[in-house]
Design a protein around this ligand. Structure first.
Ligand SMILES: C[S@@+](CC[C@H](N)C(=O)[O-])C[C@H]1O[C@@H](n2cnc3c(N)ncnc32)[C@H](O)[C@@H]1O
Length: 418
């Protein structure tokens, strides 16, 4: 049943406050908290507004805090509710173009029994001073320190790409239809099988979605599966497969795919995606640390669990949830997955390891440490124009690459041969 938008506008703001609380206090991903938080958050429009406010606060958190602190002599703790409400108020005024009276009414309503005068004062002072955000968001200090150490010359450009949500990329089931779909969807293709479109409205309502002609997948995320080439009926293992973007690519490229994931909830989405796109794979729900195959595979794709910091434009919560401890733990898991899978490859078979991460500890360091198989460098011709392999033959992307065309996710991929 479709609901009409909440006329007070409060439901969306209450939901945004709860989502921000989930990310900033409990370290939960927005995607994990959202289904529960948004269930009673009014109409589709209200839910979209809640997500937009949450996203803008997480993108611009340090800069919003600087504006708040410059407008009051009071030291507001980081986790004070009034600070989060003020972040939301300023994000709406400065990023979403919400009229000040609507921002004030809904913001103050979140602070019933709390420091409303303070919030009113900070917001009004900021508007009177014509407060503005910088051209590029300021990265949280821990993220800035990590990326400065890894990519000193790339960080300003990466931060600039964080200012706005990225365009929407789709992967086509049939790459020979690229021109047709680019035209039908009013998009632009950066590579056969890829179309990029401006973000607007519901993906499910776009032509071709229901019939599974395409699925949403960032251009960078589509590259690891491409590195395995055409399947010609041979056997591929997609380890860590759900929700199935790469399984669908492999199946569409003619591989006979075994798609393994340990999460039954995510495997359900993988099954739905396969059935919508009319593609098939053998779905296995198992822990890759315990499972072992009966037969060897001609190709293995490990799209390993990772920090996902490469998806920070779409998921700015990663900037505030992920620290060195998580990265270290994930790197250890990734090393174990690589070591196990190497023994499951048939002679002459290819293994691709990939992570949607901007952390060398999960990408370059893992590839350097892995010596069980012979390197099989990626070739420039296998990648979109403008993306070249690293001197080691690895694929490394960051959000500022192909920046003129809208950028792409941060990804790392490396390939070996048995
Ligand atoms: C990066 S996501 C995979 C995305 C997927 N390849 C795609 O393209 O849609 C990582 C996946 O690894 C799964 N995973 C994490 N640890 C695992 C393990 N020990 N065994 C199997 N799957 C695991 C998670 O459930 C998650 O679905």
């Amino acid at each position: 049943m479709s609901r009409s938008p909440d006329p007070s506008g409060l439901a969306a703001r209450q939901a945004a406050l709860r989502l921000l609380d989930a990310v900033l206090r409990r370290g939960e991903p927005v995607d994990q908290a959202a289904p529960n938080v948004l269930r009673n958050a009014g109409s589709g429009e209200d839910r979209a507004l809640a997500l937009a406010i949450t996203g803008e606060v997480l993108r611009w958190l340090a800069d919003l805090d600087a504006l708040i602190d410059s407008a009051t002599a009071q030291a507001l703790p980081d986790d004070a509710k009034v600070r989060t409400v003020l972040r939301m108020m300023l994000a709406q005024a400065l990023r979403l173009g919400t009229p000040p009276h609507a921002v004030l009414a809904t913001g103050l309503a979140l602070l019933t029994g709390g420091p409303r005068r303070l919030a009113h004062g900070v917001f009004s002072t900021s508007l009177k001073r014509e407060a503005a955000l910088p051209a590029a968001p300021t990265l949280p200090p821990a993220v800035a320190a990590r990326w400065e150490a890894a990519w000193p010359r790339r960080v300003p450009a990466i931060a600039a790409m964080l200012a706005d949500p990225p365009p929407l990329d789709i992967t086509l089931r049939d790459p020979s239809q690229t021109e047709r779909w680019a035209e039908a969807l009013g998009g632009r293709s950066l590579m056969a099988g890829h179309v990029r479109i401006a973000r607007s409205g519901s993906v499910q309502k776009m032509a071709g979605f229901e019939r599974g002609e395409w699925w949403v997948q960032d251009l960078a995320a589509s590259l690891p599966a491409r590195l395995l080439g055409p399947g010609e009926g041979r056997r591929a293992l997609d380890l860590c497969a759900a929700p199935g973007g790469k399984t669908m690519q492999l199946a569409a490229a003619g591989w006979q795919v075994t798609a393994l994931d340990k999460s039954s909830r995510r495997a359900e989405r993988l099954r739905d995606n396969l059935s919508r796109s009319n593609l098939s794979a053998q779905v296995v729900i198992a822990d890759a640390l315990e499972w072992a195959p009966d037969d060897r595979f001609d190709a293995i794709l490990i799209d390993a669990p990772c920090s996902a910091t490469g998806t920070c434009r779409r998921h700015p919560d990663v900037l505030h949830r992920i620290g060195s401890r998580q990265i270290e733990e994930l790197a250890a898991l990734q090393a174990t997955l690589l070591d196990r899978a190497a023994g499951w490859l048939a002679a002459g078979g290819r293994l691709v390891y990939a992570v949607c991460s901007l952390e060398p500890a999960e990408g370059e360091d893992r590839a350097r440490a892995f010596t069980q198989l012979a390197p099989d460098p990626a070739l420039a011709g296998e990648l979109p124009e403008g993306i070249v392999p690293t001197p080691e033959g690895w694929l490394r992307t960051d959000p500022a690459m192909l920046g003129e065309a809208g950028g792409l996710d941060g990804f790392f991929a490396a390939r070996w041969r048995a």
